[in-house]
Design a protein around this ligand. Structure first.
Ligand SMILES: [Fe+2]
Ligand SMILES: [Fe+2]
Length: 190
């Protein structure tokens, strides 16, 4: 017996009446990912403004460079797919930098704990998106999977730099995770 080929999966194929269409879903994904990468780039810029001469500066600079690459990619997708960017960009401009600088002012471990918290939420978010995209969006799915691997690498850099030794690591990272999830929720909708 010849094995049955599984039919290609389509984006939003299980949608119910009232759910977002595939186009709406994809536009929402590009909008929030663009916002997220923008925010991430600002966080690392804020950290570098404070820790630019510290021993962990090169690790932060490396992550910042990758976020700029991710951001450029989503900026191109915003144009190509005619997606309206979030209206909250000016908020993420200020809040991202402030979070980066404030965590860095608490010390290198706190800066790295901030990285662990943010990158963990973002990598889960990307995993969730990749799961929802069908074979009709294979390119976008591949981009998201590639960036997710980078974000996991960033989290690991944080862990390697003793993030967990920061006093108050648990409440600190829980608060940042909650803020990141709220930022994701808002950027999908506004
Ligand atoms: Fe990123
Ligand atoms: Fe990242």
């Amino acid at each position: 017996m010849t094995p049955r080929r599984t039919a290609p999966r389509k984006t939003a194929q299980d949608r119910l009446p009232g759910d977002l269409t595939a186009d709406e879903l994809v536009a929402r994904m590009i909008r929030v990912d663009h916002a997220g990468e923008y925010g991430a780039a600002r966080i690392y810029a804020g950290q570098l403004a404070v820790l630019g001469r510290s021993p962990c500066a090169s690790a932060i600079a490396e992550m910042a460079e990758q976020e700029e690459k991710h951001l450029a990619n989503f900026e191109a997708l915003i144009v190509e797919r005619r997606v309206r960017p979030t209206l909250l960009t000016p908020v993420w401009h200020a809040a991202g930098f402030a979070l980066g600088a404030a965590s860095a002012l608490l010390g290198e471990r706190a800066a790295m704990a901030c990285t662990v918290a943010v990158e963990e939420v973002i990598s889960d978010h990307y995993a969730n998106q990749a799961m929802r995209l069908g074979d009709d969006e294979a390119d976008l799915r591949a981009t998201i999977e590639e960036f997710r691997a980078d974000e996991i690498g960033h989290r690991d850099i944080g862990l390697e730099h003793a993030a967990q030794e920061m006093p108050g690591y648990r409440p600190f990272t829980s608060a940042i995770k909650a803020g990141t999830r709220l930022a994701i929720w808002l950027s999908e909708r506004i």
